[in-house]
Each structure stands twice: as C-alpha cells, then as structure tokens.
Design a binder for this molecule. Structure first.
Ligand code: F3S
Length: 280
C-alpha cells in the first residue's frame, strides 16, 4: 500500500509566515491578533494558551490593555492600523507580501486619480483591507452581472486588481467583459498561485489514488473546493477535520491513498493523519 502526501498540503507561504510570527511574539508582553490568525480553532486555542489573544474589532481593542497587535496574512485597512496605533498598540504586520503588493498598487493608482476595480468577493476580509488602502472609492466585482453593469467615466484610466485567492478562470471572464467596454484599462493579475498549485496537485494525486483524504476545517471554503476536485477524480474521497474523523477500515481495500489539506490545516494534524494511514 502506498501513501501519497501532497507537497502543497496545508499552510501556504503567507499563512505559515504569519503563524510563525505570532508564535514568536508570544511571551511576557500583551499580545493580540487583529482577528483570528487563521480559521483553525486548534491553532487559535493553542496561541491563547501561550498568551496571544484575538481582538475581534476596534471596539474590543479599546476595552483592552494595549500591547502588540498582529495584523493577519490577508492584511487590513490603513485606517484600522492607524486606529490601533492611536490606542497605543504596537503593530506587528504579517500581511503577506503578495497582498502588500496589491495594497501598494491600490494606494498609488488611486492617488493618481485612476478608477480602481477589485475583482474579488465583497465582504471578504482581504478585499475590505484592499478597499481601505484606496484613496477613492473602488468598485468590487465578483459576477458577470456586476461586470456588465459597471459604469465609469470614459476619460479616466481604470486599474483592475484581484483578490489573491480569486478563481483565475472567472477573473479572466470578468476582465474580458470589462475590457470590451472600456479601452483605458490596465489589468494587474494579482492572483496568488498557491491555491491553484494546491488544487492541481490534489487533482493529479486523486486521479492515481484508490482513496483520497482531504483534511480541513468544516467551514473552510478552500478545503471544500479541494474535496470537490478530489471527489470528481476519486470515488472514495473523505473529508475530515482531524484523525478522529477518519474510519481507517474504509481504507482497507485501497492500494494507494492520497492525502491533501486546506490552507488553514496545521502540519501537526496532517502528519498525524499521514503517520496513521501509512502504518495501518
Ligand atoms: Fe497565501 Fe499569501 Fe498567497 S497568504 S494564498 S501566499 S497571497
């Protein structure tokens, strides 16, 4: 029996960096993360035990004794950072460099008076953060309908940027609609390929494997997507949060088992599953 562990399972570079920094900050000072560092309860609880607490809002931040405030990998608005500083918090910014690049484009291009279009999901924390770096009001587009209905001053230059985790195919489809309507458009494809690489690898492992295990939180949309992709290729695909959810007897007839995991699944959980599947 062969067990194939995806090389791109679990944290991407930006999330790993943010989590590492949060652990390094844990110590004798007051330390907070501005929002949960990742959508994984075990990691958040573990950090809490080490003295790193979650600030859920600026209102909550006002009621706490100021200390270090860690900004998450998907960033936040300049206004939030300034407000935390004004309250006396010391900022440790773990915004992923790929997201920082988008903030910088949004800020510089809006300062020049250009219209900014963000291709992304409205109300997603990363998109909220990007909006907060624009000097004017950007437009967020996530559907064909919104792209069709978009209106702009034809005299103005339009700059298109994207949420890092947006679907590339959909991004191209929306950009096509917009570029047919306006000439003066500059497209900056700021999609991060970490998600795509993970999905491509998961599909290819699932094509070969007799059974496939996808590890990740129940509410993690990128894990759900991985599960959907693997299910298309492999009939015996199992979605688990931790080893406890896995019925190992279901793998008895499999000659090869593939394992992948969503972006907020800690390596300890992945390794635990891998070690148990391998020796079964
Ligand atoms: Fe991760 Fe940074 Fe890409 S947080 S998904 S490496 S933009």
């Amino acid at each position: 029996m062969e067990t194939i562990l995806a090389k791109n399972a679990g944290f991407c570079f930006g999330v790993q960096r943010a989590v590492d920094i949060a652990y390094k900050q844990a110590g004798n000072r007051k330390v907070y993360t501005f929002g949960p560092i990742i959508h994984n309860e075990e990691v958040v609880k573990d950090l809490e035990q080490k003295g790193v607490f979650v600030l859920h809002s600026l209102e909550e931040a006002k009621t706490m004794e100021p200390g270090v405030a860690i900004i998450r990998s998907h960033g936040t608005s300049k206004a939030n950072i300034d407000a935390l500083k004004d309250m006396g918090y010391e900022i440790v910014d773990t915004t992923c460099p790929f997201v920082k690049k988008i903030h910088s484009i949004a800020n510089q291009e809006s300062k020049k008076g250009h219209e900014i279009i963000i291709i992304g999901n409205e109300h997603h924390a990363e998109v909220d953060g990007i909006i907060g770096w624009c000097e004017n009001t950007p437009t967020v587009i996530d559907s064909v309908e919104k792209a069709m209905n978009y209106q702009a001053d034809p005299e103005k230059e339009i700059v298109i940027i994207s949420q890092t985790t947006f679907n590339l195919k959909k991004f191209q489809e929306l950009v096509d609609i917009l570029t047919k309507k306006y000439y003066n458009i500059r497209v900056c494809n700021t999609i991060c390929n970490a998600t795509e690489v993970r999905q491509t690898e998961a599909r290819s492992i699932a094509q070969e494997a007799d059974a496939m295990i996808v590890i990740g939180g129940k509410s993690s949309s990128n894990t759900q997507k991985l599960y959907d992709i693997c299910s298309e290729e492999c009939e015996h695909t199992y979605y688990i949060q931790t080893l406890q959810d896995l019925d190992l007897s279901k793998l008895d007839s499999a000659r090869s088992v593939g394992i992948t995991a969503g972006a907020s699944t800690p390596n300890t959980i992945i390794q635990e599953v891998f070690n148990n599947v391998r020796v079964r």
